[in-house]
Design a binder for this molecule. Structure first.
Ligand code: P6P
Length: 337
């Protein structure tokens, strides 16, 4: 059987589902940038790019050299193509304005260029997460700056979302709104090849992902739910659960897409008033669209993540996502209060 590359998949989508040519071009450019990031990440210490800068991003997190490099790779790959009205990134305080010498296009690209970067120096899988929105007509101008409000759209407005995971294999996982596909990078050809044609999250699971060291900071519903998970078959849930926590959202979500599970990052008492650690626009929304498109569910404990109306670019949110049965269960605990 001839192998279907990402390019062929996208061209066939354009023909059969009217995927606009400039959206196809956008995805191909992002995929090419992810190949470049994969190459830089895989060099490790040999590339002189491990370790930290002496700078912090808007999250107050120390920036790794690869964070900044990955961000630059995505900006430089996308700014000239004429398919974007602007970009936003975890690594930049403000929206990125397309330089005046280049034409602007219909889409907005929002990304976490290198998620999980605290794991880079210990050689654990990391990834790039991206989300594609349409630029609202009333925000678009070839000449004027793009305001942040153009990006503040609920996750249901995403026209595409995906991630690259830089692990034993480099993979691109993508949804254009009709299912989830997985492409594995063939390093000899330099092409992403379709290897997972229809990724589906198992409805039920016996595996949960949470950073247990935060347990004492959780609110009561979360405490109760995890206690019952830990009680296993002797408790009310009637089955034993396994636990995994990689502390790299891309790797944890990829595992859940592959074999089921529930990923949890609840808000906690460490940062009162903050709704959670993870960012809505470029972590929770793209991952929630992918999970839902694969048959799973994603909430912030009380409402569907994709329905949340963003109020700021770097807004945070609590995240419960994965196997539908388990997400509905934990959401029920939060509704009981
Ligand atoms: P903690 C990585 O920094 C990240 O944003 C996600 O990729 C990951 O799921 C989470 O934070 C890990 O957080 O508090 O366990 O280190």
């Amino acid at each position: 059987m001839s192998r279907i590359t990402l390019s062929r998949y996208l061209i066939e989508k354009t023909r059969s589902h009217n995927t606009p040519a400039d959206l196809r071009f956008l995805i191909e450019v992002v995929a090419r940038a992810c190949k470049g990031i994969s190459h830089a990440v895989s060099k490790g210490a040999l590339g002189g790019v491990l370790g930290s800068m002496d700078t912090e991003n808007i999250q107050g997190e120390v920036q790794k050299k690869l964070d900044v490099l990955s961000n630059e790779i995505l900006l430089e790959a996308n700014e000239w193509g004429g398919h974007l009205a602007g970009m936003a990134s975890e690594e930049m305080d403000k929206a990125y304005q397309i330089p005046g010498k280049y034409p602007k296009g219909a889409y907005l690209l929002v990304f976490d260029p290198l998620d999980g970067s605290s794991n880079i120096d210990v050689n654990v899988s990391v990834g790039t997460i991206f989300s594609v929105l349409r630029c609202p007509a009333d925000s678009f101008s070839q000449n004027d700056s793009l305001g942040e409000e153009a990006f503040l759209q609920p996750g249901t407005k995403q026209v595409a979302a995906g991630y690259a995971i830089y692990g034993p294999q480099t993979m691109l996982v993508l949804t254009l709104g009709d299912g989830v596909k997985g492409f594995t990078l063939d390093r000899e050809l330099g092409s992403f090849v379709l290897t997972h044609d229809n990724i589906h999250v198992p409805q039920s699971t016996a595996e949960f992902a949470v950073n247990m060291s935060n347990q004492r900071h959780w609110e009561a519903p979360m405490q109760r739910y995890v206690e019952e998970l830990l009680a296993g078959k002797d408790g009310p849930l009637g089955k034993d659960y396994n636990m995994r926590w990689i502390a790299s959202m891309v790797a944890d979500v990829h595992r859940i897409l592959t074999r089921g599970g529930i990923f949890m990052y609840p808000r906690d008492a460490r940062e009162p008033g903050k709704p959670g650690k993870l960012r809505l626009m470029y972590e929770a929304n793209p991952m929630s669209l992918i999970i839902e498109q694969a048959g799973g569910a994603a909430t912030n404990g009380s409402e569907r993540i994709l329905d949340i109306q963003p109020e700021s670019l770097h807004q945070r949110v609590a995240v419960f996502l994965g196997s539908r049965e388990e997400v509905e269960r934990v959401t029920g605990y939060h509704h009981q209060g």
